[in-house]
Write a protein that binds this ligand. Structure first.
Ligand code: DX5
Length: 225
């Protein structure tokens, strides 16, 4: 499936629903209220090795791309991302994020770029911002995890705000259009903290799909930010 083009950083934070918390018994209906207010959608891919959970793969990614009609960001929380870049590109992901802690991260990023897609590099909470430095000339997105990857519904780790600030400095120094994305425990309050520290892409799962009206939640968050 041809990927939808991704927007470039514009100074306004992008809001990115994480499908991990969507209702998979009614995926299209679950995404409908947020489709017009979201900038793109994130598919949280887990292999049961890199993280102690298994979620979904290329087939669900293709379904999300079709159902949401939004650009798709595939966040690969997998041990060997290089094995799956082609499959997620085929499925319609326009941006593929690999973890700096995974095997072959550098080669995977190059493979993503070679396919003409946007490339993201993610850091677990324990990995310092400096790990991104060698890749700042290559990546289109830096992801600072604000929870330990593997599960939705966890509490935001405020100690990650200093790392968000440090990554923002790396991006400014790179003079390149790189999104600074945060993922984990983002809600109406922590979104403001993360944006204040320099994040301009907010992945939201349980706070969004658990809201009485996800559409109203996103609308209010947009106004707030
Ligand atoms: C962690 C998952 C979650 C998810 C967001 O591995 O990737 O961070 O995207 O979930 P919430 O918003 O519920 O923390």
């Amino acid at each position: 499936m041809k990927p939808r083009p991704f927007p470039l950083p514009s100074g306004r934070p992008s809001l990115v629903p994480s499908v991990l918390s969507a209702d998979f018994t009614r995926l299209k209906a679950s995404l409908a209220p947020v489709r017009r207010l979201a900038d793109w959608v994130q598919v949280d891919v887990m292999d049961g090795r890199f993280v102690p959970n298994i979620s979904f793969g290329p087939a669900i990614t293709a379904a999300v791309a079709k159902a949401s009609r939004l650009p798709v960001d595939a966040h690969l929380m997998v041990e060997e991302p290089g094995k799956f870049i082609g499959a997620f590109a085929e499925a319609g992901a326009g941006l593929i994020t690999v973890h700096a802690e995974a095997r072959g991260a550098a080669a995977s990023l190059k493979a993503v770029k070679k396919l003409g897609l946007k490339a993201g590099l993610a850091l677990r909470p324990g990995t310092p911002a400096a790990k991104l430095a060698p890749f700042m000339g290559l990546i289109d997105l830096a992801l600072v995890m604000t929870v330990e990857p593997g599960f939705g519904g966890q509490g935001f780790m405020p100690e990650m705000l200093a790392k968000v600030f440090a990554v923002r400095e790396l991006i400014v120094r790179s003079r390149r259009p790189v999104w600074l994305q945060v993922d984990g425990g983002i809600n109406a309050e922590t979104a403001v903290l993360a944006a204040g520290a320099g994040a301009d892409s907010l992945v939201i799962g349980s706070a969004l799909f658990g809201a009485p009206s996800p559409g109203r939640f996103l609308k209010r968050l947009k106004e707030k930010l």
